[in-house]
Design a protein around this ligand. Structure first.
Ligand SMILES: Nc1ncnc2c1ncn2[C@@H]1O[C@H](COP(=O)(O)OP(=O)(O)OP(=O)(O)O)[C@@H](O)[C@H]1O
Length: 350
């Protein structure tokens, strides 16, 4: 398997929610003189020196599939927030296209943009953004109020969302009566209430302590299973990216370094930058059998236990080590390869 880079393989149009093409964001005077020109090839320092500009997002293209959790990851300053803000036009892109269901949101006027933000997008921020003088239930219903929904409908929906995020009974509380994790659950409920097409998460759990953070990550996984929303999630935390992402986009200096599934990023890092990022990840927790299987050789017994190629290595350890013959990796009735104790021990031993 090879790592996908840049936009990855073309996606069938009906599975794509958000299609980003040749996106640029240059901050500073006359940004259009930088985007897409040789000036953009200069180092950050040189570009700043010569033009006063910063190229925060440089010629980025990717497609987000309907229903996937798409993680944007990179070190501080790599351009994650700017990129994701361009997708909702909280930041105006300098060049490129952002197509939502085929229509370029860069062409949307003020009214259409308001509609998009009220009905089709929802955001969850690091600092919750709750209204302190309103009760939890009012906060959750807020987006529906802005949409103009009647009171009974919006409170019915808000109560459902309160239950969904595990806060039943807290509707009458005020935000400052809740812990950070609970406040972020309110943020999640508020975003879900409007039944958006795409949910954007900007480092939502960075301010939470590690145990609560883990709870909230599990919560996102659970909610994603339940509601199946398209989610675009910014983080600088690799373990969070690996846990949540169906695919991960890794940025450096405003550019895409790699787009891939967690096992692609760990198993086939695109360059030394990504390799360094994933160096300490326990490979058996992320890679699947397809990464360690070998072709059957002469003398191999072909009647060992059968497992699929997408089984994560750690979940196959017992089966492989207990069997007295190699495990057969099979998909659609076809034998793809074998995994024996030797392959297993090699990956476990690192
Ligand atoms: N409004 C702005 N004006 C000028 N430069 C900006 C502006 N916003 C961001 N930048 C610059 O663009 C680059 C990318 O910033 P951005 O905040 O998108 O990165 P990030 O990866 O989200 O970082 P962090 O994790 O620290 O938020 C940085 O060099 C930043 O200084």
């Amino acid at each position: 398997m090879t790592a996908t880079s840049q936009a990855g393989p073309p996606q069938p149009a009906e599975t794509v929610t958000l299609d980003v093409r040749g996106l640029w964001k240059v901050f500073g005077p006359h940004p259009e003189r930088v985007a897409g020109t040789p000036l953009a090839e200069l180092s950050r320092a040189e570009l700043k020196e010569r033009t006063g500009c910063v190229a925060a997002v440089r010629d980025v293209s990717f497609a987000v599939r309907r229903g996937e959790v798409f993680v944007v990851m990179g070190l501080s300053g790599s351009g994650k927030s700017t990129l994701v803000r361009c997708l909702t036009r909280l930041v105006e892109p300098t060049a490129g296209e952002v197509r939502l269901d085929g229509r370029d949101i860069r062409e949307a006027g003020d009214k259409q943009l308001r509609e998009l933000r009220r009905h089709r997008f929802a955001m969850v921020f690091q600092h919750f953004g709750l209204l302190p003088h309103r009760r939890v239930l009012d906060n959750i219903a807020y987006g529906l109020e802005i949409q103009g929904q009647g009171r009974p409908d919006r409170y019915r929906r808000a109560t459902e969302m309160l239950d969904l995020v595990g806060l039943a009974g807290y509707g009458e509380s005020y935000p400052d009566q809740l812990s950070g994790g609970m406040q972020q659950r309110v943020g999640l409920a508020r975003a879900l209430a409007v039944d958006p097409e795409v949910m954007f998460f900007d480092e939502p759990f960075s301010a939470l302590d590690p145990l609560i953070r883990r709870d909230m990550q599990n919560e996102v996984v659970r909610l994603h299973h339940e509601v199946g929303k398209t989610m675009i999630f910014i983080t600088h935390d690799l373990s969070e990216a690996l846990k949540l992402g169906d695919r991960i986009l890794i940025m450096r200096d405003g550019e895409i370094v790699q787009i891939g599934t967690p096992d692609e990023v760990v198993g086939a890092p695109a360059d030394d930058y990504v390799r360094e990022f994933v160096r300490d990840v326990p490979r058996a927790d992320v890679l699947t059998l397809r990464w360690i299987m070998r072709p059957p050789g002469d003398g191999d017994a072909l009647d060992g236990p059968e497992l699929g190629p997408s089984v994560v290595i750690k979940d196959a350890v017992r089966t492989v080590l207990r069997a007295d013959r190699p495990v057969r990796v099979v998909a659609d009735g076809e034998l793809l390869g074998l995994v024996g104790s030797a392959e297993m021990l090699e990956v476990i031993a690192g």
